[in-house]
Design a protein around this ligand. Sequence first.
Ligand code: HEC
Ligand code: HEC
Length: 291
Amino acid sequence: MLDVSYEGTIIPILQDHCMACHNSTSPLAGYDYSDYDHLIRSVADGSLLGTIEQQDGFSPMPPDGPLNNCSVKKIKAWIETLDLDSIPVNDPSSNDGIISNCHLDTVYFQTTILPLVLSSCATTQCHDKVSHRDGIMLTDYESIIKTGKIKPGDPGDSEFYESLTDDGDDLMPPAPYKPLDNEKIMLIKQWILQGAKNNSCNDVCDTTNITFTATIWPMMQNYCTGCHSTANPGGGIIIESYNDLVTLANNGSLMGSVRYEEGYAKMPTNQQLSDCNINLLQKWIDRGLPE
Ligand code: HEC
Ligand code: HEC
């Protein structure tokens, strides 16, 4: 067996080949290799070996060409000395420094597609559990695959995808709702192309620089605006601008509803926001609602 240690063997390799791009001030893709705790999470989620061994599903690292065999062997030998079961890969309850295990090129069902479908399609009087118009119910993985007639790997033969891009009467969502924007349609296409799996990942919860435009509005579009637009104002509530949301933040109903507090309607109705998103909203309010 190779004689390897973290300090003597691993740090020098990482310093030479990885830390220029993955350090504490610039943790590209969420990975900081200058810190032991962060490094072992990359071991535990498989991304360290996956990237240096150029495995499928990982971006090959370093980007300018693989490590030499000897370095790869040393890293593998060191990984074998670790007790992987004791490493918390992702701890959703801790709010700072969560290491992302989201692959940039992968579209995840639980993380991206489900929230998007829930807020755009599973709205009242359309495809929720009560209404399921035309027998189509879009509320969870099984129902989306089955009633949306999704063929993994083949968006062109998946009714759900076709209905989003139809140029005739079958376009979904139907008028007066706005069609999904292109970016969302492309995400759904990618997800189907990648096998329409029921997958998920934990994104980096970066609470350092929260603004309405960069952080909060994209979240609203993913989770809320499908039911709170002028065309479809759930409960008479419209969330289309900074001022709309500030009003809800100031009267307490925003946090009350996303925290599922007593006395408020639970928002989103189908599935609670992640701890990270709730935390981002709270911090945004605490910091004076930066625009
Ligand atoms: C020149 C800059 C650079 C260097 C050097 C570099 N990386 Fe990266 N790394 C990136 C960038 C940019 C990304 C995000 C883009 C991507 O995933 O292709 C990334 C992504 C990653 C990811 C996430 C990729 C995935 O598919 O999940 C891991 C893990 C990673 N790097 C590990 C390493 C390791 C280990 C080394 C050293 C052996 C290394 N990187 C060296 C720039 C670098
Ligand atoms: C599936 C449709 C749907 C989604 C998605 C949705 N809402 Fe709602 N929302 C409603 C409906 C319908 C009501 C009125 C419910 C009621 O009064 O019982 C409502 C009410 C509310 C209220 C008032 C709650 C109260 O008790 O005063 C707030 C605030 C709100 N939504 C915010 C949000 C936010 C923020 C999101 C995203 C995180 C969201 N909603 C996602 C349909 C939705």
